[in-house]
Design a protein around this ligand. Structure first.
Ligand SMILES: C[S@@+](CC[C@H](N)C(=O)[O-])C[C@H]1O[C@@H](n2cnc3c(N)ncnc32)[C@H](O)[C@@H]1O
Length: 272
């Protein structure tokens, strides 16, 4: 006897907006879906061009978690494939865990397809590496606390700012005054570089460079309060450092070191 149909829900990371930042795997999951649930305000409509003509298309903006779970239950009973399209990467502020937990309870198969997060897209637009040798070797992905989502103790922007490394700050444009206060309290100097990006990779995209000292006026001047991401930290304008990985004196499994350059690198390391 054939197995009863069980269906599948694929959580698809659709990237920051531009449809050509979708991965091949994401496009395939959308193309194979009987039902596509997407956030119309966060994902460009072009993404739906991958969907079958007869696919059922639902906008998640009008749905509660219960409505969405009812679709997953129907998919389990009728053996349907669902593509649940999230902006950026589904692992970050997507409300995906509560959906995955419910899918597991229903017993329907699940898969998660990673996507290009907004912080990667903004770093690419600014043409900045977020980890620069001897300047910043960590990236903190966070948001301001307050409002509907209080921060767990020790996770306030002020606390992370004490590390002085690169921060990518999501979901915080509406409280730019508080953001600046916490960044300064944490110890960033006012001249610390900042990249402000609104609707990155959308037609209305805006990417502005400023400093912690001018962040609030920049946000207010451009009337930004949502769909905005901030990159903060000295790596955003650091110059003149080089990585050891591509130094001619550094060797690894695929490349021999140049002996002269290796001696020079050793002497340099001993001095520092
Ligand atoms: C609910 S979170 C989703 C984050 C998403 N999962 C990701 O990986 O990028 C929404 C926030 O992400 C940031 N964001 C998402 N897409 C963006 C874009 N295209 N440009 C600027 N910020 C964006 C903003 O901070 C926005 O308030």
């Amino acid at each position: 006897m054939a197995d009863a149909p069980t269906g599948k829900v694929t959580f698809v990371g659709a990237g920051p907006g531009a449809a050509d930042l979708l991965t091949f795997r994401a496009a395939r999951a959308i193309a194979e879906a009987d039902v596509v649930i997407w956030a119309a305000s966060l994902v460009q409509a072009e993404v739906l061009e991958h969907a079958r003509e007869d696919a059922e298309i639902l906008d998640s903006a009008a749905m509660s978690l219960e409505d969405v779970v009812a679709v997953y239950r129907r998919a389990f009973e009728e053996g349907l494939k669902v593509a649940r399209v999230h902006s950026g990467d589904p692992a970050l502020w997507g409300g995906t865990q509560e959906q995955l937990d419910r899918c597991h309870r229903i017993g329907i198969a699940t898969e998660v397809v990673p996507g290009v997060s907004a912080f990667s897209a903004v770093a690419a637009l600014a043409e900045r590496e977020l980890t620069i040798p001897e300047v910043a070797q960590s990236v903190v992905l966070t948001r301001l606390g307050g409002g509907k989502t209080p921060m767990p103790p020790g996770e306030e922007v002020r606390e992370f700012a004490r590390h002085g490394t690169t921060m990518a700050i999501f979901l915080s444009a509406a409280r730019s005054g508080q953001l600046v206060r916490e960044l300064l309290e944490g110890g960033y100097p006012t001249e610390t570089p900042v990249v402000v990006a609104y609707q990155a990779t959308w037609p209305e995209e805006l990417v502005v460079k400023c400093t912690v000292g001018t962040l609030e006026e920049t946000v207010k001047e451009h009337k930004l309060w949502k769909h905005t991401l901030f990159l903060v930290g000295p790596a955003l304008d650091a110059q003149g450092t080089r990585s050891h990985l591509y130094h001619p004196g550094h060797f690894h499994g695929y490349r021999k070191a140049d002996p002269e350059a290796r001696r020079a690198l050793r002497e340099q390391r001993a001095k520092s």
